[in-house]
Structure formats: C-alpha cells, structure tokens
Ligand binder design. Structure first.
Ligand SMILES: Cc1cc2nc3c(=O)[nH]c(=O)nc-3n(C[C@H](O)[C@H](O)[C@H](O)COP(=O)(O)O)c2cc1C
Length: 188
C-alpha cells in the first residue's frame, strides 16, 4: 500500500555501511523517475551516480546532515551512506527544475524503501566544491544530493507538541522523532 510505504519512508541519516548499494540498484532508482510528471514534459533532470568508495568519501565531505541536531556532527565511519545520487538540472533543457526535482527525489526514496534501502535528501551541499570533485559541466545546476544506504536507525513520526515546534529530535536511546502537523492543521 502506498500509505504504508509513505510511513516507513523517512529521512535516514545513519546506515549499516557494510551493506553496499550496487550501480544496478541506483540505475533502477533513476529508471523509476522516468514515469514522473515534468513541467512542460521537458525532463531536464540528470543524475550522477556515486557508489565507488573513493567518490563516496569525497561527496560525504560536501554535505551537512541534520542541522537541528546541534550535538551531532553527522554519521561516523561505519554508519555513513554507501551511495549518493547527485540531482542536476540541465539548463540547456530548462532553467526550472526545482519542482521536477522534488517529485523525482521522493520517487527515488520511495523506490529505495521498497527495495529495502533508505536515504535522505540534502540541500546543505557545498556545491562548488562538489562541482570540482565531480568535474561537472557548467550547464548542470547542482540541485540536491540524495544519500542512500541500508538504514541503521529508527525514525518515528510524532504529533506536534503544544509549543508547535517542528524540529526533529533524537531521544536518549538514539531514536529519531519527526513532528508532523495534523490533518486539521493543514486544512483552511
Ligand atoms: C528540499 C529538502 C532539503 C533537505 N535538506 C536536508 C539537509 O541538507 N540535511 C539533512 O539532514 N536533511 C535534509 N532534508 C531532510 C529533512 O530534514 C526531512 O525531510 C524532515 O526532517 C522530515 O523528516 P522525514 O523526511 O523523515 O519526514 C531535506 C529535505 C528536503 C525535502
């Protein structure tokens, strides 16, 4: 069921690094995006797959995980993502790829969840450093990076507290909690 998939497809930031993601799996995730809606059907998104260990280390150095968790500086060795997808907008096709990127990235995460993996969309990316590392042509707008792996943490959806705080938090057991607004809060 789609709702079941939506519920378990959380943003994961700690992984079992012994479980690698193959190039074939990454290609499968991108294949799923071909069925996504696209503004004027221009399909400007391009993807750079990162699975080679040398490249994963370099891409990791361009990312910031979980800005709300002040006392956590990101996943340590052994729990880092084992693959990444760099989401690019080909500006020779369209200058506007943000909405397409959102739709495609969630599709990628849902498909990854279906295959037993998980991940996290990252906008906190040192884009110029990443462009250099990957020798990306200027025609590609660097949108986002999706970190992927076999999740090694629990993430639970919670109702918003009385204070209305939307910040996610981690409890003493290391469980990640994500406050979500209620249905009534969304309806005007
Ligand atoms: C556009 C976008 C950018 C995001 N950027 C980051 C990021 O830079 N670092 C990070 O750790 N999480 C990032 N996230 C993940 C969000 O923090 C996460 O979606 C939110 O906390 C809700 O948790 P959930 O995805 O489990 O529902 C991003 C999510 C989106 C949609």
């Amino acid at each position: 069921m789609l709702t079941d998939l939506l519920l378990i497809s959380r943003s994961y930031r700690r992984f079992d690094e012994s479980v690698k993601i193959s190039q074939d799996v990454l290609r499968d995730l991108i294949d799923a995006t071909r069925y996504c809606p696209s503004s004027a059907n221009r399909q400007p998104l391009k993807y750079r797959l990162i699975f080679d260990e040398n490249e994963t280390d370099q891409v990791f150095g361009c990312l910031k995980f979980a800005g709300y968790l002040q006392d956590w500086s990101g996943p340590v060795a052994g729990e880092r993502p084992t693959a990444y997808i760099v989401v690019l907008g080909d500006e020779t096709i369209s200058k506007f790829s943000e909405v397409d990127a959102g739709i495609a990235m969630h599709t990628i995460l849902l498909r990854a969840t279906e295959l037993g993996y998980g991940g996290c969309i990252l906008a906190s990316v040192q884009r110029e450093k990443l462009r250099e590392i990957l020798a990306l042509d200027e025609r590609f707008h660097i949108g986002y990076v999706i970190a992927l792996g076999k999740p090694a943490e629990t993430s639970l959806i919670e109702p918003l507290g009385q204070d209305g705080d939307i910040k996610y938090y981690r409890d003493a057991e290391g469980v990640h909690h994500v406050p979500k607004r209620s249905l009534e809060d969304l309806l005007i």
